[in-house]
Design a protein around this ligand. Sequence first.
Ligand SMILES: Cc1ncc(COP(=O)(O)O)c(C=O)c1O
Length: 461
Amino acid sequence: MDDDARLQQAARDNLWMHFTRHGDFEKAGHGVPIMVRGEGVHLYDNHGKRYLDGLAGLFVSQLGHGRKDLAAAAAAQAESLAFMPLWSYAHPPAIKLAERIAGYAPGDLNRVFFTSGGGEAVETAWKLAKNYFKLVGKPMKHKVISRAIAYHGTTQGALSITGLPGLKQQFEPLVPSTFRAPNTNIYRATEHGAPHGQTPEEFGRWAADQIEVAIENEGPDTVAAVFLEPVQNAGGCFPPPPGYFERVREICDRHDVLLVSDEVICAFGRLGTMFGADRFGYQPDIITCAKGITSGYAPLGAMIASDRLMEPFLAPGEMFAHGYTFGGHPVSTAVGLANLDAFEAEGVLANVQTNAPVFRSTLERLKDIPIVGDVRGEGYFYGIELVKDRDTRESFTAEECERILYGFVSKQLFAEGLYCRADDRGDPVIQLSPPLICGPEHFEEMEQILRSVLEKAATQL
Ligand SMILES: Cc1ncc(COP(=O)(O)O)c(C=O)c1O
């Protein structure tokens, strides 16, 4: 057996991949794609074939692949202090990264609690919200409101906050006390209960007010937090309508409910700002983040809380009884610092700000293809919704999703050299979230591959 065949055999026999239909590879009679190398905005498979990374790995690789500076930062830290937990001890990279992140974070979000990834940051935020309200004499406040179709992670608490029934049912019963409000899918607003004929501003107010309805239905004295992404990922990149977050902030203040901005995707330049909340000008009580915090050169996440939320834990003898062995790992936090150094030295945010309108207009050219219903997003984060009929907005059936979205579009995009994501957790979408070092020439390449594949797909309905 050659090396490739041996890898395929071991992958089949021993590697349990995430969110993967293993049986489909068996059925198709071919192996799994094996990626071996990355360089800049490109990935290479084990046959040497090159792909444009249209998803930054998984909304992660902000600075692209193969960077020596980030690898060197990791190696240097591993040599000097490979491991030390943050359990009553500290180490310089965690201290410096916390200070740096607090400096970028909006308002008084100065308290950085490191985790190993995004789901843990979400868990941490919910636990903090519950614990905080117990300490300040509102022990009944424990429930969470989140939005339909939103993804917040897979651990049992984060999954409970997630609004995707298909990902939850098989794990029920989950953590009780979470409730859903409508999301900001303006393309299908009326299908989800919004009145007909609203302006974007009216829709924004309506969608925000649904959060208040959910809080009031549950009883404000029992609700601890609202978890929202700046731009909701699952469903295909729903930006907030004008005025939405301003109104949500008012509602949260009125009911003493914490606003948690889940920025696992939207922080670290994805929308052209360090944090997604800055892009839309709102002040959260907590930000959860991960992914781009290290551009993927090491795993790391964080919950960033306001000074007010840490206050009760500063009393003698008090503590937040929560932590992770690898949260704030020295190597990961050293990489996080090098990542932020590169962001500044290379003007990464400015690159996104300059090129985001070009990204949008390049993708919008695809709207002349009959199955492209909507192109939406912000910064370097876009969803393209596919429809059967552009005029009626009729969506694919489950059979068409299988046959066209997964059976053809997803496979063909990859075959033609574009790594991105086809998803039908809401309506069928293709998602693009390229490294933040991309520019117009990469957008052109994406558009050409997408056009070629979607035009062929349109003939298969
Ligand atoms: C908004 C949001 N929250 C939480 C998570 C979970 O992060 P992780 O996979 O690092 O646990 C994700 C992952 O994509 C996410 O997009």
